[in-house]
Design a protein. Structure first.
Length: 295
């Protein structure tokens, strides 16, 4: 029985997670019926799946091809690049044990007539882990100048943006700067809630024969489809942190930071569910692959 994901996410987000976590390494597209089955496990109707696939194709995230009366969908280079960057940030965030005390300073002044670009820049700055010191001044302890040069060129705002890197000399302490630019207290509470919500399920699944962790000792307590749904929900909830966490160097993090515990739990539970969840996806996609092979 399919269970709905109740995380308030759009159908496009579900498709991105499906491709990013399960289908990114495939060298061929996936047939529509397979995507309907997989996304149906997450509460999307066949009509909703077809609608979102068409919409994402028009936006340039997906490519589609017809084979007879059936359609197959894959990632465009634009879609693949987005998901590869997202996966890198989720699974390999930049958190340095040491910090040289240097800050990147981003200053921009974009005319009101180009407000859309200003808003787009702010989104990209947040994704890089920068924090707003004032409306047109953002900072980061990471060296992000290369990424900012790419963003400035992409958005065509180079003449409106300056980037500096150096030491902060006065007057606020690093802790005060961090508190002004990022809500680490709120983020820490959400990380703690994530650990509390998933720890018990992780411990249960770690003992289940379905995962292979204790195969031959404990009988399976669930199905591959359920492992797929569980891991999907896990990834969906955890990926939101990548949009909020600036991944500050450890010297700038508060004592008792729950982000590291959440990361360890996420990685461990994700790995525990990997076998049955990925087998389920492979089996769903296999029928479409056989159709292609027989053509």
């Amino acid at each position: 029985m399919a269970s709905k994901i109740t995380l308030g996410l759009r159908s496009q987000d579900l498709v991105f997670t499906l491709f990013g976590d399960y289908l990114l390494e495939r060298d061929q597209p996936v047939w529509t019926a397979g995507l309907i089955t997989l996304l149906g496990q997450l509460g999307l109707s066949p009509m909703a799946v077809r609608t979102v696939l068409s919409r994402m194709t028009r936006k340039g995230w997906l490519t589609t091809e017809k084979r007879g009366t059936r359609s197959w969908y894959g990632l465009t280079p634009k879609g693949r690049t987005l998901l590869e960057k997202g996966r890198e940030r989720i699974y390999h965030p930049t958190t340095d044990d040491e910090w040289d005390g240097q800050w990147s300073l981003v200053i921009f002044s974009i005319p009101e007539t180009r407000r859309r670009l200003r808003d787009a820049l702010r989104v990209r700055l947040s994704w890089l882990g920068c924090g707003s010191l004032t409306s047109g001044v953002w900072i980061s302890p990471h060296d992000v100048h290369a990424e900012l040069l790419d963003i400035a060129a992409e958005l065509k705002i180079a003449k409106h943006l300056e980037v500096f890197r150096g030491a902060h000399l006065a007057h606020a302490s690093p802790e005060r700067l961090v508190a002004q630019c990022w809500d680490l207290a709120g983020l820490d509470r959400r990380y703690a809630a994530f650990v509390a919500r998933w720890q018990g399920q992780f411990e249960q699944c770690s003992q289940c024969g379905m995962t292979g962790a204790k195969a031959g000792i404990h009988a399976p307590c669930t199905s591959p489809a359920d492992c797929f749904r569980r891991r999907f929900r896990l990834v969906h909830e955890y990926r939101a942190f990548a949009l909020e966490d600036p991944y500050l160097p450890r010297p700038l993090l508060p004592a008792g930071w729950h982000g590291e515990a959440a990361a360890r739990l996420f990685e461990s539970y994700h790995d525990v569910l990997a076998g049955p969840a990925e087998r389920y996806v492979a089996e769903v996609c296999a029928e479409g692959d056989e159709i292609v092979a027989a053509a």
